[in-house]
Design a protein around this ligand. Sequence first.
Ligand SMILES: [Zn+2]
Length: 466
Amino acid sequence: MISTHILLSLWSLCLPSQSVEALGFEASIDNLQSHVRFLADDQLLGRSTPSPGLNRAAEYIREEMKRVGLAPVANSYFQTGEVKAFQEASDPGRIKLKKPQSTIRVVKKFRSVFPLPRSIQLQDLLIVRAKNLTELGRASKQHAVVLDRPPNSMAEMVHYISAGCAVILLTSALAPQEHSELHMLSQYFKVPVVMLNDEQDWDFLTESTHIDVSLNAHSERKVKVHNVVGQIRGTDADLKEEYFVVGAHYDHVGHALGHGFPRGSLGQDKNDLIWNGANDNASGVAALLECARLMMKSPPRRSVLFVAFYGEEAGFLGSRSFVAATPIALKSIVAMLNFEQLGRIDDNSRPADIPKGSIAITGYNYSTLPAQIAETAVNDSLHVYRHPQLSDAYFYRSDNAPFAQANIPAHTISLSYDFPDYHNAQDHADRLDYAHLNQVTGFLARAITTCANRDDAPKWLIKAIP
Ligand SMILES: [Zn+2]
């Protein structure tokens, strides 16, 4: 473990001209709570990209940015992009199960998990019931593979999808995050995955059954989605042309309502079908809005751009489109700090010798920024640390990644990499530690102000871009 308990002597050398202690940055628990409660409310249905709940969240964040006094960028608080949305056909198609010397059974309740860009007709497929990966060796283009349980991991699912079968039939539920992960994979593998929702059909899926599958294409449309941006203009005549970006994703993985899940594989509460994403990542957005409010009181020398991203859970869609078409010149962005999962201190992944509630930064040794952030923690009785394994492993796991790929020192700051309820329907607003989130938010406002006040901009220490 490389501890980042920073030496006081180092701190005094780096103290900027304006004492950040004098700024009196006190975050408000009430503000943080009401931001998280709004974003994680059931009414927003888990904020998947794209969805009406996501857009309601965007409007809320825009109004809050206006309220705290952030200025728009290029005359707007929205940087608007488009994503594809797929709609299932009203007639999904036909699946027929044919046993030798027996009647034909028509499957009534099914849905395809992947969006289908094209209709599919497959006749007389044979069935392979795959209990494990080695059995998959028998599958060919003439086979439907039946999976009786959700895949243990996406890596396992990739094996199934790439096994070369014609179709995969699932007889168990997939949670929404598995849908979104499969959705991403479907770009690379063209095998349809179909969930059969009626238990009575499952008994027919023996290896003597032949099966006809005809699936109608989903309709595709483009839907507008928004990154929400606001800025604080810097106070220094020269440095104000440089930007420090503070980011947090506001989307989550959605809900399972109306999916017709046949089994209760959806976490502790079978009736809870909405993935609220309170810690992931309403907490990060709440901290971003509250940091913006505090920093408005005493703007730093550099300008600061606050960006709430859509589509992180679907593969950094919002941050990628932001970097591809920044509303300010890309080269004026000198650093990026991304807020993730700041509201819970019950971290499954925290090393035993790290105090509870410590703050982790990804790619800790990659640039000078993490150590600069950590310097400020000395006065806050907070620990900022490098996780010995996960600091590097998580560097490309959030919205800092597209910035880093554009050669901007960019990191994600979190309280936990893996908390109970991660990507689970019970990631609820009442499970957050608001007192700690409050302390961390005040610290972040001071730390970012300190960094944005420095004469020198953050620099890469090692080449982190592959
Ligand atoms: Zn997240």
